[in-house]
Design a protein around this ligand. Structure first.
Ligand code: SF4
Ligand code: ZN
Ligand code: ZN
Length: 312
C-alpha cells in the first residue's frame, strides 16, 4: 500500500476520515502542517508572544512542545517556556515530571514546576481523602477537583511568568469529549471556553490555545511514537473514575462507525461557541429590569416603551 502523498514509500497509517494513506515521512509532515494551519486559522500567536506550554509529560503535551519548538525557530522574537503542574498524586506524577524535565532539557526550553501543595497547601491525594468523607451528594469526582485546581494553577503560572498565551496539549478527541461532558453536566456555557482558542476574551484569564485540537488522538499518539519521543504511559490512578471514560468509549464507537464524526462535532460546537460570544457582544443588560438589551442601549425596548408611556 503506497503513500497517497508521495506515491513512493509504504504507508504506515490510513486516515479513515479522509481515505488518505501516509508513509512515516508524509505523516509527520502532515501532522505538523495541520498544527501550522490550525495556528494560522485561529490566529493563536503573535510573532513576539511569550508562549507558555503546559507540559504534563503525556504524549500530547510533549508532542505539541516538539512541534512548537520547530515552528518557533522561524520566529526569533517569540519566546517558548514550559510549565508542569504537580498535583500531588503519589506514584504517578513523579515519572511524568521527570519526562517533562528531560524533554525540555533536550529541546532547550526553560521549564518550571508548580505544585498544588505549594499553591494551595494541599495535594490532590489529600483533597481526594477529604472529599471521601463528604456525603456523596456534596462530593465531586477526583478529576473535577483536579481540573479546577489545575486551571487555577496554570493561570497563576501564566501570571508569574508574564506570558501572553498558554498552550494546552488537548487533541481533537479530548476537546470533543469535554464538549460532551459539559452537555452531560448542564454546563452549556462552557462551550465557549473550550476549543481551538478559549473565547473568554475579557482579559481576566490568560488566553488558552490548543494547537492539537484538529489532530485526532490516534495521530498524536502515533506522532509521538514515530518521533521516538519519550512520554508517560502510566495512567493516573484516579482516571478510572472519570465520566470521561464513558464519553471516550461512546465517541470512539461513533467515530469507528461514522469516520469524520469527531471533526463534525468539533465544528458544530465551535459555531455554538461563536454564536454565544456574538450574542454576549450584541446584548447588554437593561439597567432598569436586568433583562438582556442591545449592547449600545442602557435599557430594553420594553422598559423604554413603558417609560415613554409614563408607566415608570
Ligand atoms: Fe487529575 Fe483526573 Fe487527570 Fe488524574 S485523570 S491527573 S485526577 S484530571
Ligand atoms: Zn509519503
Ligand atoms: Zn428592561
Amino acid at each position: 500500500m503506497k503513500c497517497s502523498f508521495c506515491g513512493q514509500n509504504e504507508a504506515v497509517l490510513v486516515r479513515a476520515y479522509s481515505g488518505e494513506k501516509l508513509c512515516k515521512k508524509c505523516f509527520l509532515k502532515a501532522v505538523e502542517d495541520r498544527v501550522r494551519t490550525t495556528i494560522a486559522e485561529y490566529g493563536m500567536f503573535a510573532f513576539d508572544d511569550r508562549i507558555l506550554v503546559a507540559v504534563s509529560g503525556g504524549k500530547d503535551s510533549i508532542g505539541v512542545l516538539h512541534v512548537l519548538v520547530g515552528i518557533e525557530r522561524r520566529f526569533p522574537k517569540a519566546r517558548l517556556l514550559a510549565v508542569s503542574i504537580d498535583e500531588g498524586i503519589r506514584g504517578y506524577r513523579d515519572e511524568a515530571l521527570r519526562i517533562a524535565v528531560e524533554n525540555c532539557k533536550l529541546l532547550g526550553v526553560e521549564h518550571s514546576v508548580l505544585s498544588f501543595d505549594s499553591l494551595f497547601g494541599v495535594t490532590l491525594d489529600e483533597v481526594v481523602q477529604k472529599a471521601r468523607k463528604l456525603p456523596s451528594a456534596k462530593r465531586l469526582g477526583s478529576c473535577a477537583y483536579c481540573g479546577v485546581l489545575r486551571r487555577r494553577a496554570l493561570d497563576l503560572a501564566a501570571k508569574k511568568l508574564k506570558v501572553d498565551v498558554l498552550v494546552l496539549g488537548h487533541n481533537l478527541d479530548d476537546v470533543v469529549q469535554t464538549y460532551l461532558l459539559n452537555i452531560v453536566h448542564g454546563d452549556v456555557w462552557r462551550v465557549r471556553h473550550f476549543g481551538a482558542v478559549s473565547m473568554d476574551s475579557d482579559g481576566r484569564f490568560v488566553r488558552r490555545v490548543r494547537p492539537f485540537c484538529l489532530v485526532p488522538e490516534r495521530e498524536t499518539a502515533f506522532y509521538a511514537y514515530l518521533k521516538n519521543v519519550k512520554f508517560q504511559s502510566v495512567a493516573c490512578p484516579y482516571a478510572g473514575e472519570a465520566l470521561r471514560n464513558d464519553a471516550r468509549y461512546w465517541l470512539n464507537r461513533l467515530e469507528q462507525r461514522h469516520a469524520g464524526s469527531l471533526f463534525a462535532v468539533f465544528r458544530s460546537f465551535e459555531k455554538i461557541g461563536k454564536a454565544m460570544v456574538q450574542q454576549e457582544r450584541e446584548f447588554g443588560v437593561c439597567k432598569r429590569c436586568g433583562e438582556p438589551c442591545p449592547a449600545a442601549e442602557d435599557a430594553c425596548v420594553a422598559c423604554k416603551s413603558l417609560e415613554k408611556l409614563g408607566v415608570f
